[in-house]
Structures are given as C-alpha cells and as structure tokens.
Design a protein around this ligand. Structure first.
Ligand code: FES
Length: 511
C-alpha cells in the first residue's frame, strides 16, 4: 500500500479559536491538542504503553500533562515526552496545518513506518562493496554491489536564477559518473537538486538513465517541456513503497511532513543495511524515521531562504537581522544534532548545504547570511553521542561503508581500573566491590544495558578465598620470566579472560 498523508481531524476557525491555552481533548477525546498562544501540537489520545486513554492530570497546574487511565503513565503534551516513566518514550505526533481562514487540520502519514514491510536480513558487507562518494552540495554517488545511484546532481551553473553557486567544484569525472549511473534520485523541484543545466549534459549522453522522483502534488518535472532537456526515463513512484533495483538493493521515497507537496527524502537498503538521506526535508516523514540506520545524511547549513536578508524597513534593521540569523542558525544546529541523537545512525554525514552567494551583486547577502558549518555540527554530535561516527565530506572523498562500520566502536563494556587497586584486589583475592563501590573504576558501555549475569559473576559468584599463586606459577612456568604479568588467579576461566583484558586496558588507562 502506498503511503498517503491523510487529514484525521479538521477544525474550522471558530473551533480553533475556542481551543484553550494548554490541553484540549477533541473529537470525543480521540485527539489531544496542546495550545500555547498561536502554536499547536497534537497527537492521538492513545498511550504508548498499551493503548490506554489519557485524561487531564489533576496534579498538573500548568495544563501540560495528561495521565493514562490504565497504568498512570504521564505525557507532557507540550514536549510530547513521557514523564512517567521518566526519560522513556516520545509520543507520535500529528502534523498541525493552519489554513488561511484560521482553521486547523491534523495530518497523519499512513502507514507511518513503511520501511518495515518485507524485511530482509542484514548480511555482512565486504570492504568496497558499498561506497559513497561525495560529489558536491546534495549530490552523492552510491555504489552498492554492481549498481550505482546518484542523488540530486547539481554539477554545473548556478541555481535559483544565479542566487546560489556551488561551494565545491565537483570532481572532474562527475558528469561521466552521472551518465554511468544505473539510476538517479531527485528529491524535489528546487534547482539546487533538479538542475536543468546538469540534466542537459546528461540528456546529451544518456537521455534514458532511469530517474526516480516521488509522487508529490507539485510535480518535480513541471518545467521539463519548456526546458529543452530530453529525458526519456522519468519514473514517478508512490511514497512508502520499496522499489527493487536488484535482489540486494532497493529504495523507498518518503514525503516531508511540513512540505509534502514538494519535498521528499529517501531510504536505500542494500543487503539489509540502510542509508537514510533526509536531504532538505524540514520534518522528514513527519518525524517517523528508522532508528539505527548504517548511514544518515542530512542538510545542516540553514540560510536557504530569502528571509530575513531580503527584507527591509520596519523592524528589519541590520542588527535585528544579524541577531535573528544567528539565533536561527543555532536552533537548526541543535535540531539536527537532536535528530541524529534520537535516531542513532552508526555514521552521520552533513551534506546538502554547500552553496554560496558568489555573484558580486549578492555580496551583501553573502556577508550577512552566515550558515552552520558541517564541522561544527559534527563536533556537537560527537559531544552528545561519541558512539556515532561522523563524516565531513570533501569533494571526491569516499566512504567505504563496510570499513566505517567495522572500525566503528562495536558493542562493548569497558572497565578501567586504578592500576594499583586492581593489582591489590587480584593478588589478594579481595572483593570486586573494592573496585566498584570503592569508586576505583570507570565504566562505559554501549549499548547501555544492565547485564545481570555479568554483574552477578563479579559481585556474588567469585570465591571468598585468595588465589594460590604458587600453584598458579608452578602450572605455568612460562610466566616466570615475566613476573609483571603474573597478576591473575587461575580460578575461573571467565575471570581469567576478563582480568587479562583488564590488564591490557589498565596499561593504557592510568589516571
Ligand atoms: S496503557 Fe497507559 S499506562 Fe498502561
């Protein structure tokens, strides 16, 4: 079934005006609408736990929290976060659309997670099997198995009537790569993604390259007839349906929640490994996206609007604009970092923001329209999520996905111990708790899961008697020449392994 965006509730202007500040239950308690002045958020009245119904939480004087009638989970509707259990879930939100007459619509994507259809097992990748090459701006080449895809090729000339220029010269062979592609995805109609000067070069060599676009209500190729570009294999595909390229490779186009009429994003899957390319979407797939993909790519820069640079008079003074641009930039940076943090891709790459206002007549815009840097965003992501690998692409640079995933810090439980204390504990057969409760170790784990048997082994199952080192040394004569390594009791093979591992680690982690 193709994915559609459907209206689940419409309120006219007077019903919208009558919505109270704070929580409102609508349509016979089916929906919850939260109002703060002229801003609205909404969700279905359905608890994430077991589908219970929410009612007003009488303990909440701020009118932000609802309580589930089944088991008392609590949801803060202002943030759409569950506060009981704390730090747990987010509620699935509905998109709120205001109409020109002051009414309001709640929109929902259906089905919401279409990529879960027809699941395929994740297979091991070999080095060189999945290669991504950054071309320029939003153009990336993906080679997966024997196939090659290209996204949003803008390789020559300016975009937006010479307002935007490529910040990076594409690699010399970029046009040939485009012409060799097995398919091209174009996310939307804007000329930094759908570049007719670029497509003209393509049409002269290979007019029949399969090009895929989403079935947006404003057609991506609305200008094709007048463009003079001859392309013979344009495919408009429904949203949320896997498109098979070969037995290992498939992709799915999804719509943007804020601009479903023009904007799209993409999931590519190869041997069960997923690449999420959210391109320019403001709220890709209405905020419902796959977690833990192998690679996520998104825009990062901001500054892709005439506002407020082209406005003047009234409040639009230079200082107002500078302050606004700086504030919006920061907001975008944190929004992107938060999105990455919530989706936990294994690798993240900021792209689709490498443009500049290079025309001399736009010097003023260029000076004032400061944008986020990809390095800045990646640094923020690294700070929040050190487990996520970040890639700041340079033109022509390549990411080998298999190698990136292998080098990526894998699941681990790292225990670093104060070396003198661990030596005493092991030599004398003291308690694990001397290390743990005594604050003598530092622990990091990923995933952050409590492993009961692991902890019980150290806390409760180790023997109370000290190791007999004489027997240990007698049984292992090869250890005599290296007494510094004779630290370990031959008590349990598991302890032995872990302790060896400790010793390896502590050699590197004195503090
Ligand atoms: S169904 Fe809501 S708390 Fe259990």
């Amino acid at each position: 079934m193709a994915q559609v965006c459907q209206t689940v509730l419409s309120l006219d202007a007077s019903a919208t005006q009558n919505l109270k500040e704070g929580i409102n239950f609508s349509a016979g308690h089916c929906f919850i609408i939260y109002r703060h002045q002229d801003n609205f958020r909404a969700c279905r009245n359905q608890c994430r736990h077991q589908g219970g119904l929410f009612i007003t939480d009488i303990e909440d004087i701020d009118r932000r929290t609802v309580r589930c009638t089944k088991h008392n989970w609590k949801l803060n509707v202002a943030t759409m976060k569950y506060i009981n259990p704390p730090d747990s879930f987010m509620q699935d939100e509905l998109e709120v659309e205001r109409s020109a007459d002051g009414g309001l619509k709640l929109l929902e994507l259906d089905p919401s997670d279409p990529w879960t259809a027809d699941p395929r097992p994740v297979q091991e990748l070999q080095p060189g099997e999945v290669m991504l090459t950054y071309i320029t701006h939003a153009c990336m080449e993906l080679k997966a198995g024997g196939k090659s895809m290209m996204f949003d090729p803008w390789l020559t000339g300016p975009a937006f009537a010479r307002g935007w220029w490529l910040q990076h010269e594409p690699p010399e062979d970029a046009v040939e790569r485009m012409c060799r592609a097995d398919l091209i995805y174009i996310s939307h109609m804007h000329s930094d993604h759908l570049s007719y000067p670029t497509l003209k070069l393509l049409s002269e060599k290979r007019p029949d390259v399969p090009i895929f676009v989403g079935n947006t209500s404003r057609p991506v190729f609305w200008y094709l007839d007048r463009s003079g570009v001859n392309l013979t294999n344009i495919n408009i595909v429904p949203f949320g349906i896997w498109q098979n390229v070969d037995k290992d490779l498939r992709f799915m186009i999804l719509m943007d929640g804020v601009h479903p009429e023009i904007d799209t994003c993409l999931i590519v899957e190869y041997k069960g490994h997923r690449i999420l390319n959210t391109v320019d979407c403001t709220r890709p797939n209405n905020g419902r996206l796959p977690r833990g993909v192998d690679l996520m790519m998104s825009d990062f820069a901001g500054g892709a609007s005439g506002f407020p640079m082209t406005f003047h008079q009234g409040k639009y003074t230079e200082s107002w604009k500078i302050e606004f641009i700086s504030r919006e930039r920061k907001k975008l940076l944190h929004y992107k970092a938060k999105l990455v943090e919530s989706l936990q891709p294994r690798v993240y790459c900021p792209f689709a923001g490498y443009f500049t206002e290079a025309h001399p007549s736009d010097r003023y815009i260029k000076n004032i329209n400061l944008k986020n840097s990809p390095v800045e965003l990646n640094a923020l992501i690294q700070k929040k999520c050190p487990n996520i690998l970040t890639w700041t692409p340079r033109p022509g640079s390549t990411l080998d996905l298999a190698k990136a995933l292998t080098n990526h810090r894998s699941a681990h439980h790292l225990i670093q111990n104060r070396v003198g204390v661990v030596r005493t504990v092991v030599l004398n057969g003291l308690l694990w708790d001397d290390l743990y409760i005594g604050f003598n170790n530092r622990i990091s784990r990923d995933p952050d899961i409590y492993h009961h048997r692991f902890w019980t082994h150290f806390q409760s199952d180790l023997p109370l008697s000290a190791p007999d080192w004489n027997i240990f040394l007698r049984d292992r004569p090869t250890l005599h020449p290296a007494p510094s390594r004779v630290l370990l009791p031959p008590l349990f093979s598991q302890l032995w392994v872990v302790c060896l591992w400790w010793v390896e680690k502590v050699r590197h982690y004195f503090w």
